[in-house]
Ligand binder design. Structure first.
Ligand SMILES: Cc1ncc(COP(=O)(O)OP(=O)(O)O)c(N)n1
Ligand SMILES: Cc1nc(C(=O)O)sc1CCOP(=O)(O)O
Length: 225
């Protein structure tokens, strides 16, 4: 971990994060709180509400539920795509894809406080994201094709190996089709942090699933990023 990460509490919490959950809002708000309490008790470190169907007002209502759950468990709250919503919700993280706001524009809205993450799908995009000063972490994938984000070809474990070889100076997460059955392959490829959706949202016991991920991810040290 770098000194700058250690000197900033939010970035230090990000550096310690291993398990990042994206969830949609298909549950009623009370059920979402219950689901999140279970996942967070199991060891989820960051939660993103990722639901493309919500209008901003509804998204903010759901984000209050996610914010409260994250606060109860000391986890990071992430907003997808929208800097205005992230600011309004008091999010810790704004996550941006390649077609979303450019990072400098997002920083103009957010200021320096919140973290910004960037999606990448090739080693070149990962290297480019790491060279941008405003980017705090990256996600790389999809490792496997996934119904959660249809129409995207699998980048494969090779993308994870290539990203690990870059030795990114900031945290990076593998994403896409990751579950408890293939986690060993993800770890063997060099990833030490993962983002998951179905492996926890669709689990019969979300707390047990999150606990199993967290235990295996935390058994291995992370390097600089
Ligand atoms: C934590 C995290 N990683 C990756 C993504 C995917 O972002 P993006 O490529 O912008 O695609 P959409 O999620 O917007 O469909 C993410 N949302 N969160
Ligand atoms: C939201 C998202 N982004 C991806 C990317 O590659 O950028 S893959 C993905 C979906 C991951 O869902 P699951 O864990 O259910 O496969």
């Amino acid at each position: 971990m770098t000194d700058s990460l250690l000197s900033d509490p939010l970035r230090a919490r990000l550096a310690d994060a291993r398990l990042y959950l994206c969830t949609d809002a298909r549950r009623e708000r009370g059920d979402l709180a219950e689901f999140l309490d279970a996942a967070l008790a199991g060891g989820v470190d960051a939660v993103q509400l990722r639901d493309k169907g919500l209008e901003a007002r509804q998204e903010l209502e759901y984000l209050e539920v996610v914010r409260d759950a994250c606060d109860r468990h000391g986890a990071l709250l992430s907003v997808n795509d929208r800097a205005d919503v992230a600011l309004a919700a008091g999010a810790d993280i704004l996550h941006l894809g390649q077609n979303d706001l450019p990072v400098p524009h997002a920083r103009r809205i957010l200021g320096e406080g919140p973290l910004i993450g960037r999606s990448t799908s090739t080693p070149a995009l990962a290297a480019d994201a790491m060279a941008q000063p405003g980017v705090d972490y990256l996600c790389t994938g999809p490792t496997w094709a996934t119904p959660t984000k249809p129409g995207r070809a699998a980048a494969g474990l090779e993308l994870l190996r290539a990203t690990a070889a870059l030795r990114p100076p900031r945290p990076w997460f593998a994403i896409g089709g990751i579950d408890l059955a293939n986690l060993d392959e993800v770890l063997a490829a060099g990833a030490r942090r993962v983002v998951v959706v179905r492996a926890i949202t669709d689990a019969e016991d979300p707390e047990a699933a999150a606990r199993a991920f967290a235990r295996r991810l935390r058994a291995l040290p992370v390097d600089a990023g």
